[in-house]
Design a protein around this ligand. Structure first.
Ligand code: NAP
Length: 354
């Protein structure tokens, strides 16, 4: 049982990110004092939405400069906080030039850096770490022989060379549990979202969520979508789960955050039902052999296609519902609201009436 003083400031790492921005907003709306870290406070376009939140909640949000790879850089922001919500970690999909440097090193060293500072900061009582379903399951094919993945499962198939982003989340979470187990002053709760969709408070995030959504507008799925199932969850539900995980005294261990699994085609169908024919949403599933041929162009390996396309994927979200009382938004609602946000922000244009 860990009681967090609600008057103490809450630290959110990577505060300008897609998910973190919603966490910051909900914390402020709930009346908490928030400290957010950002990598580069000089990049004004990344901070516009946070500055607006700060104006709406005077004196409640302060921003600090910190980099995952800069040891000790989180110390000033963390001092006096009882709850640390660690979201900062790169989420890049598609072609990644140097998977170790761009994904694994910042995730792993960054987590060690942040939790090292937690160890050194006597005020901290709880850490909420944004992990992922990809720390639970590497390839969809790994579900063979089981009905679904649960919180006891661990990704056993990813590496730096195959599925580096899942690997980055796996090694970072493993390191975090090791650091947590070596002491008894603070505890840790990990949140494991599927693909996070839903409206974005920022247009400056490089999150893979936005990369994935752009495929529905850039014609890359116009001739067909891969039969690729993904866990999907709304960004607002994920943000709320982080806050519940932080303040619920009994919260402990790992929580899957997933509304359901959907294929790219099903998400595209939900978009067409709402926005009509003016956009290049997919009509059909593309045969696996064709996806394999085109895989390198799309930044995918044939091994990835072989072990993920056409394989069903299921996650058991019952723990989050029972303990956190989450009433998940449907993926169809999240994907539609995400696309609407992209239209409103001028990020996509239709081909005609919609
Ligand atoms: P995002 O918008 O790109 O947020 C990532 C954050 O990490 C950004 O604030 C980014 O800062 C920060 N960051 C990256 N490298 C950093 C570094 N070296 N030093 C300091 N900060 C650094 O992506 P997101 O989707 O919100 O992801 C947030 C977290 O959720 C990540 O841990 C991700 O693995 C996890 N997650 C995401 C999903 C999803 O579908 N979106 C699903 C499961 C888990 P900059 O803005 O300066 O780059």
């Amino acid at each position: 049982m860990t009681e967090i003083d609600p008057t103490a400031p809450v630290l959110v790492t990577g505060a300008s990110g897609y998910i973190a921005s919603w966490i910051v907003r909900f914390l402020l709306e709930d009346g908490y004092t928030v400290r957010g870290t950002v990598r580069n406070p000089d990049r004004a376009e990344k901070l516009t939405h946070l500055n607006k939140l700060s104006e709406a909640h005077p004196g409640k949000l302060s921003l600090f400069k910190a980099d995952l790879l800069d040891e000790g850089s989180f110390a000033e922001a963390m001092d006096g906080c009882q709850l640390v919500i660690h979201t900062a970690s790169p989420f890049l999909v598609g072609r990644v030039r140097d998977p170790y440097e761009q994904l694994v090193r910042p995730a792993l060293e960054g987590t060690k850096n942040v939790l090292g500072t937690v160890d050194a900061t006597k005020s901290v009582r709880r850490v909420v770490l944004t992990s992922s379903v990809v720390a639970i399951c590497g390839d969809n094919i790994d579900m063979r022989g089981k009905a679904m993945f649960g919180e006891d499962d661990w990704n056993f198939s990813s590496s730096v060379d195959h599925q580096p982003y899942p690997y980055s989340k796996l090694v970072a979470e493993r390191a975090a549990w090791e650091i947590c187990a070596a002491q008894n002053r603070w505890d840790m709760v990990t949140i494991h979202p599927g693909l996070v969709l839903g409206p974005s408070l920022t247009t400056a995030s490089a999150s893979g969520s936005h990369t994935t959504m752009r495929h529905f507008a850039d014609f890359s799925l116009a001739v067909g979508a891969p039969d690729l199932e993904m866990g999907v969850v709304d960004v607002r539900d994920v943000a709320r789960m982080h806050i519940t995980a932080g303040f619920l005294p009994t919260a402990h261990g790992r929580y899957i955050a997933n509304a359901g699994t959907r294929s790219m085609l099903e998400l595209g169908q939900a978009l067409r039902a709402k926005f009509g024919r003016g956009y290049p949403f997919p009509y059909v599933t593309m045969p696996k052999f064709m996806i394999k041929i085109g895989a390198p162009v799309a930044g995918l390996t044939r091994e990835f296609v072989e072990q993920n396309v056409g394989w069903p994927l299921r996650f058991d979200n019952s723990r989050s519902i029972a303990e956190f009382g989450i009433d998940y938004r449907l993926p169809e609602e999240s994907v539609v609201e995400h696309f609407q946000q992209m239209i409103d922000d001028g990020l996509v244009r239709g081909r005609g009436k919609h």
